[in-house]
Design a protein around this ligand. Structure first.
Ligand code: GLC
Ligand code: CA
Length: 728
């Protein structure tokens, strides 16, 4: 009988721990220590009981521990619950030992349908016990469970991607036409910003019906075709889930305004102060408006963290929570693979309705419009908001279990400088996890800085801030931009630097989120008050004329640039007018051009996506080698493979910089070579680092301004002291 099919009684798994280390509490509810000692030993299990012993997650319901020997590491897992507890439990063992990310099931107390488990997501029913032989993520890649960790999530605004019916709006059929392209970059997961019926006051984040498709994008049939297409390519689709608010045109809100007793409590209401003459408190939202608007129909104020046309749902109402689950189920039934939950910081408000204190910044900015003028102690990141995220995560676990579905992804957006609050969305412990991807906006905050403040030292601060604070059980993630922040290429001091930032995005450890068009280095398109009719993102007007140009997010939402020929870069036909003008750079920066060119941003991006799928980029170690104003360099390694990534951030005209990496890496011998694996497009072919495969000596590595490089070191990790020092 092969091991994987052997089944052993649950009690016998306790015997894999040294008896002298066990306490009666460890085995309680399953067996007594006295009876355990009397159990017969099974030779085929005994092989997992050799070597060092270390408890892993130990709770009332779970007893788990490691056994390490020279070749192998085993995790022994024993769910101690009895049949009366039918709850599905989820545990996270990731990061407890080394870089292990997977476990192969080598013995079990019941027949297993899976051969291996992802350590971030060990699901368990009562009474189960098994032994996992631990391995690296790349060694046992399982598309069905691991798909969200290795590859790239591509954010698409459907309206801006491809128009198929010549009305100037991108649509679902248009997106279908472009799947070949997306797949060709190596992207596996597409995230669509809202495509639901909407008055479109906030790019669809004002939803009037959660369970349909806005006609401008197509129909539910079109959507089902899209899902089928995406899946037939082994790709995934996730949708925006907007639980915080609806549009004021949603039937729930309309019913609430009519005092319909079934719907009134779907929203948050307040009589106001001073007999209704004054707002309930001083709360100001992130869209430049007070959070309260008077509804004469009800003679009360309703709460809205965002625009006044986006009333907040009352997420303390169980009926609303049921509705939201119904919505999740609706889309899951149609086959979607997960969600990006919008604005999770804003889900719950303190129901004492206390004023919020002014922040330190209040003296420099107008507290009537600017969100940062307050400490949002009452309206953001409330404990119940975290609980909701965990609840939705659990809902997805149960759904995938009950329906035999692949892993369902839950991404959360908490746009916040306070790193701890962002990390908390991951879930505070290993027993109850929240978000899989609590989006890491630190690089976008870095890009908020002026050109002269953007340099290696500042960059290092942001990258280190993430790395130091990310919980060991969490899987990292990186992004360079989104529909809410300007185009990364336009925010860098030099557009050439984009290639180096691709390396940061794609070669650091963690999931990568890419905003559509950034792979061809698309730029912002300025919108000005000379043409107010062009502005779609009306939120910008809340800040007064002075700020409209700076605040409008239309700049980064312009149509995708496909070709250099047709009038609208292939986005729509000559007879249509795009709903948003294209960026002026489209004739030079487009897919067609970059496919034709021998070297281009797009081609480098594609090359790096391939690279990141391999060890050591997927799952290996990472360490900073150097951070100066000019240079940022880091290494990735696992087993014997080691790579060095170097980014020169000096602006053009600066002298070339030569660095002795032999010394920095603490290499034990004298001569160390590196082989060029990838390079920024601005490095000329005739340079010593100009071609993939070129070998160069690392004691004198020279880079010109804005050049970036990926090298494979021609040495064993064992000789690089920098790695050994830190290899846990
Ligand atoms: C999120 C979205 C943003 C939107 C807001 C309100 O922050 O990313 O675009 O305006 O939520 O839904
Ligand atoms: Ca809310």
């Amino acid at each position: 009988m092969s091991l994987s099919s052997s089944v052993f009684p649950r009690e016998s798994f306790f015997l894999l721990a040294p008896l002298e280390s066990l306490h009666s509490d460890d085995v309680k509810r399953v067996i007594s220590l006295d009876d355990l000692i009397k159990l017969p030993h099974d030779d085929s299990l005994a092989q997992f009981s050799i070597g060092e012993y270390k408890p892993a997650i130990v709770t009332n319901d779970l007893f788990s521990f490691f056994r390490f020997n020279e070749q192998k590491t085993y995790l022994i897992f024993i769910d101690k619950r009895s049949e009366s507890d039918a709850d599905l439990r989820r545990y996270n063992f990731f990061g407890l030992v080394g870089t292990f990310g997977k476990g192969k099931i080598v013995a079990s107390s019941s027949k297993q349908t899976k051969k291996s488990l992802n350590l971030t997501n060990v699901l368990s029913n009562h009474g189960q016990a098994f032994v996992l032989e631990l391995c690296e993520l790349y060694e046992d890649y399982d598309e069905s469970q691991d798909w969200w960790m290795r590859d790239v999530i591509y954010e698409v605004i459907t309206a801006s991607y491809q128009d198929s019916n010549n009305d100037g709006f991108g649509d679902i059929q248009g997106l279908r036409q472009r799947l070949d392209y997306i797949q060709s970059i190596g992207i596996k997961t597409i995230w669509l910003t809202p495509i639901y019926p909407s008055p479109w006051k906030d790019y669809g984040y004002d939803i009037s019906n959660f369970c349909d498709i806005d006609p401008r994008f197509g129909t539910l049939d079109d959507f089902c075709q899209l899902v089928a297409d995406v899946h037939s390519r082994n790709m995934r689709l996730i949708l925006d889930f907007v639980p915080n608010h609806t549009s004021n045109e949603h039937t729930w809100f309309q019913a609430a305004l009519r005092n319909d007793p079934n719907y009134v409590d779907y929203y948050v209401w307040h009589e106001g102060k001073n007999n209704g003459k004054d707002l309930p408190n001083n709360w100001l939202g992130p869209s430049g408006q007070r959070m309260w608007t008077y509804a004469p129909e009800r003679k009360m104020y309703y709460l809205h963290q965002f625009l006044d046309c986006q009333p907040d749902l009352n997420l303390r109402n169980d009926k609303v929570l049921e509705e939201l689950k119904r919505i999740l189920r609706f889309w899951l039934d149609l086959g979607v693979d997960g969600f990006r939950a919008d604005a999770v910081r804003h889900l719950i408000e303190n129901d004492d309705f206390r004023d919020e204190p002014l922040s330190k910044k209040a003296k420099d900015i107008d507290p009537n419009i600017f969100y940062d003028a307050y400490e949002h102690t009452e309206t953001a990141d409330q404990p119940e908001s975290y609980a909701l995220v965990r609840q939705w995560r659990r809902f997805l676990d149960n759904y995938s279990y009950d329906n035999c579905r692949d892993y369902l992804l839950f991404v959360t957006e908490a746009y916040h400088q306070d790193i701890q609050k962002v990390m908390n969305y991951y879930g505070a412990n290993r027993e109850e996890r929240g978000s899989d991807v609590s989006i890491n906006f630190l690089i976008t905050y870095y890009l908020d800085k002026n050109d002269n403040e953007q340099h290696g030292l500042e960059l290092d601060k942001q990258l280190t801030k993430w790395q130091k604070n990310v919980p060991r059980h969490a899987w990292s993630n990186w992004c360079l931009g989104s529909h809410d922040s300007g185009r990364v290429t336009s925010r860098l001091p030099s557009t050439e630097l984009i290639d180096g930032f691709y390396m940061l995005l794609l070669l650091q450890s963690g999931t990568a989120l890419l905003y559509y068009g950034d792979e061809i280095a698309m730029c912002n398109r300025p919108f000005t008050l000379e043409h107010p009719e062009e502005i779609v993102d009306i939120t910008a007007f809340n800040y007064g004329e002075k700020y409209v140009e700076e605040r409008t997010r239309d700049c980064q939402r312009t149509p995708m640039q496909w070709t250099s020929h047709s009038p609208y870069a292939g986005f729509t036909s000559a007879t249509a007018k795009p709903y948003l003008p294209l960026a002026d750079t489209w004739p030079e920066l487009n897919v067609e051009q970059q496919e034709k060119a021998e070297r281009s941003h797009l081609k480098l991006f594609r090359q790096l996506v391939k690279l990141r799928q391999q060890s050591p980029f997927y799952g290996g170690h990472q360490k900073k080698v150097l951070a100066t104003k000019e240079l940022y360099a880091f290494i990735r390694w696992l087993h014997s493979d080691i790579y060095l990534i170097v980014i020169n951030q000096t602006t053009s005209g600066h002298e070339p910089i030569t660095t002795d990496f032999v010394k920095l890496l603490k290499y034990q011998n004298k001569q160390l070579f590196g082989e060029v694996v990838a390079k920024s497009t601005n490095i000329s072919d005739t340079s010593p680092i100009g071609k993939e495969g070129n070998r160069i000596e690392l004691n004198q590595l020279t880079l010109q301004s804005n050049e970036s490089l990926v090298l494979r070191l021609l040495s064993s990790v064992l000789e690089i002291s920098l790695c050994i020092d830190n290899d846990e």
